[in-house]
Design a protein. Structure first.
Ligand code: MN9
Length: 294
């Protein structure tokens, strides 16, 4: 079987969710997107993450996305982000992931109410107990507001039901400490613009928004790093970061959707409260990003 690091190491797009004009899930576009990213070399998919706008969706919509992806990506490693402040919704989605045959579930830490660490740990253990599907901790302090230290994350990771962590933080010291303490668990880098830093500190791959349209570049960087070809890998990181710098100005998720829309996909717009991009922002995508993807 191999370790969790071996089984789950790889490149996972944090899958975007295409919506129709009236805000329903666009099945045709979702299937096409999953196939496209498979062709770009994705090892699997992180379904209903932040990038998938899952915190703006109902549990039924999230289940629907999980089902479509499962049908469209046979043989790919599938991780469903089921985290929700409503723990009953999270449990419903954990069961859905099990029914659909997902390889892992993942959850952001419970946010907003400033829960204690004991409450956060109990939340994770509760979700791990709902089904037999193993769990990937989603550590994203910048968005969730929940910071955990090495000892705290370690308490969760020490449990056999946890396969590792999706690490969306630039605290690479913490990443290194966790990987050193748990070499067999998988660490997946979360910030695309710092992908090489993550690999250098021990990450086994990554999960990212921008992999939706350039997974191939991350696959290549990972391969080059395995071969010790840092200078070539950094050239690709530089090329990727020219694009991400623009995306950070206009908004990453609406921006990723706009890139793919301009490439002929029909992903629609983000759900409110995300605002639609204005003409100036679309122009930036057209002039500063699309030519760099050729
Ligand atoms: O999945 C993503 N994080 C969030 C990880 O969406 C919060 C990243 O891919 C970032 O969007 C990206 C830009 O900062 O690195």
């Amino acid at each position: 079987m191999g370790t969790c690091a071996e089984m789950f190491g790889g490149i996972y797009p944090a899958l975007l969710t295409p919506f129709t004009k009236d805000g329903r899930i666009n099945r045709t576009s979702l299937e096409r997107l999953v196939r496209y990213e498979t062709d770009l070399g994705a090892d699997g998919f992180y379904v209903c993450g932040s990038t998938g706008e899952s915190f703006l969706m109902s549990k039924e919509e999230r289940r629907e996305v999980m089902e479509i992806v499962k049908e469209t990506a046979p043989g790919k490693k599938l991780i469903a982000q089921i985290g929700s402040l409503n723990v009953r919704d999270a449990e419903y989605l954990a069961k859905a992931a099990a029914d659909l045959g997902y390889d892992a579930i993942s959850s952001v830490a419970p946010f907003y109410y400033k829960f204690s660490f004991d409450e956060i740990r109990d939340y994770y253990f509760r979700l791990a107990g709902v089904t037999d599907v193993p769990v990937l901790v989603y550590y994203i302090p910048g968005s969730s507001g929940v910071t955990m230290g090495e000892g705290q994350l370690g308490q969760i990771l020490a449990d056999d039901r946890f396969i590792g962590v999706k690490f969306t933080s630039n605290d690479f010291f913490l990443m290194e400490r966790l990987k050193k303490a748990f070499p067999d668990k998988v660490v997946l880098n979360g910030f695309d613009e710092m992908f090489l830093s993550g690999l250098a500190m021990g990450a086994d791959g990554g999960i990212g928004s921008t992999y939706n349209f350039m997974a191939d570049r991350f696959v290549r960087m990972r391969q080059l790093m395995k071969e010790g070809r840092l200078a070539e890998a950094r050239e690709i990181q530089n090329s990727v970061n020219e694009i991400i710098a623009v995306l950070l100005r206009i908004g990453v998720i609406p921006g990723c959707k706009e890139i793919l829309n301009q490439q002929g996909f029909d992903l629609g717009e983000c759900l409110p409260p995300f605002a639609p991009l204005n003409e100036e922002q679309k122009q930036l995508v057209r002039e500063k990003i699309i030519p760099r993807l050729a």
